[in-house]
Design a protein. Structure first.
Length: 416
């Protein structure tokens, strides 16, 4: 079994309140006990003290009875193992199961919880919290302090294996014929394919301009030895000029070749999503990427870089994270649509992941309570309920005294 911790401030306040109420109830018991002794001793001399003696006598009985009942909930009164005492300790298992079932059935899955989920505004509350600079500073500092321990807990091998597995699962969903066709379609709608064509034309034109001598020499080598030099020169110049002119003409939006290029691109995009050959090529590429040792080396460098940054400049990282939290809080405050989206996501996440697992949550709560030491459980229960239970002792003392006084008055009246 393990010990659990309670928030120190709330625990201390509850303990102080419990001791105060316990002293008050016990003090009242002592007062009525002394009053009974004094009235019993003085009654033969002063018979008019009989009502006080009857009140005090019954009050003592009521106080002791209620003291016994309250103490029996948590422990054996005076250490004596009487039957049906130390109720909470003996029934820890039943109490744990009952609390777990109650939370699962009446809180998590209740109509009130559904209504509260609709009314909750977690994004708005987060925006209010993040508007406080001291809270942002604490959150950023704690996060930076937690990162190294978190990474150490995850472990380098486990992180690499998780990232590799995610890469294997994620690549086919991102890199597939339908998605590639969609991306290319977006690019063509924005004219990116024409920009790519213009870039290629610029490169071709620049290459020709820079290597005219090389082109002329290549043309000369292809000409026969019988051809005069001036003819070779004219042919080489014609080749260079023809390429240059063609490149310039292809920049015209209405050029037939340019229009043909655009038609072919759109046609290919239309067939990519259904192309088995293209799908097979993509599958081969993604498999090679996932298995490539370069990817493993990249993950290793990323891991080392993360570790170095976390240990080298924690103050800078905390400052950057604090600025990020500030921006997040500002966006949540100013963007109602974003705030509503976050709230909808939180509500959907709760309904999708928590409510279907309410039985598991109930068992988790029960197991948590069962894991406490019996003394810890009774201590917690007494701190939270003990102060109110002392009112029962006080009420029992007063009510018992009043009942005793009433009985005394009635019996005295009957005797005449």
């Amino acid at each position: 079994m393990h010990h659990s911790t309670v928030a120190p401030e709330s625990s201390d306040a509850a303990e102080v309140d419990l001791r105060r109420m316990r002293r008050l109830a016990t003090g009242l018991l002592v007062v009525v006990a002394l009053a009974f002794v004094a009235a019993w001793w003085a009654e033969p001399r002063w018979p008019w003290l009989a009502p006080l003696r009857a009140f005090a006598e019954a009050a003592v009985v009521g106080a002791v009875a209620d003291w016994f009942a309250v103490v029996a909930l948590f422990r054996h009164p005076m250490g004596i193992p009487l039957p049906h005492t130390a109720v909470i300790t003996r029934n820890q298992g039943r109490i744990a199961a009952a609390i777990g079932r109650f939370v699962a059935a009446n809180l998590v899955a209740s109509p009130d919880m559904a209504r509260r989920l609709t009314e909750l505004d977690p994004a708005g509350q987060a925006a209010v919290w993040l508007d406080r600079p001291e809270l942002r500073e604490v959150l950023a500092r704690r996060a930076v302090e937690t990162f190294p321990a978190l990474l150490a807990t995850i472990g380098e091998d486990r992180l690499r294996a998780s990232v590799g597995a995610a890469l294997e699962r994620g690549l086919p969903t991102v890199v597939n014929p339908a998605r590639m066709a969609q991306v290319l379609s977006i690019l063509t709608e924005n004219g990116q394919h024409l920009r790519a064509l213009d870039f290629a034309l610029d490169e071709v034109g620049g290459f020709v301009a820079r290597h005219q001598k090389l082109i002329r020499r290549k043309v000369s080598l292809r000409c026969g030895e019988w051809m005069p030099l001036w003819i070779e020169t004219r042919v080489a110049d014609a080749v260079v000029e023809g390429i240059t002119d063609t490149v310039a003409e292809l920049r015209d939006p209405g050029h037939p070749w340019r229009l043909e290029f655009e038609r072919l691109v759109n046609e290919q995009i239309g067939t990519l999503a259904e192309s088995a050959e293209f799908a097979a090529r993509l599958e081969t590429i993604t498999a090679r990427v996932a298995e490539d040792t370069a990817v493993e080396a990249l993950l290793d460098r990323v891991w080392r870089d993360i570790e170095d940054r976390l240990t080298a400049d924690r103050a800078g990282l905390a400052a950057a994270l604090e600025r990020l939290l500030d921006q997040l809080g500002r966006r949540l405050r100013e963007n109602e649509s974003l705030r509503q989206s976050v709230n909808d996501w939180c509500r959907a996440a709760f309904e999708r992941h928590v409510m279907p697992r309410r039985a598991t949550l109930g068992r988790l709560i029960a197991d948590l309570i069962l894991g406490w030491e019996a003394s810890d459980l009774t201590g917690r229960a007494e701190r939270h309920m003990g102060a109110d239970l002392q009112y029962i002792r006080i009420s029992g003392t007063i009510v018992g005294g009043l009942v005793g006084l009433a009985i005394h008055l009635v019996t005295t009246a009957i005797r005449g």
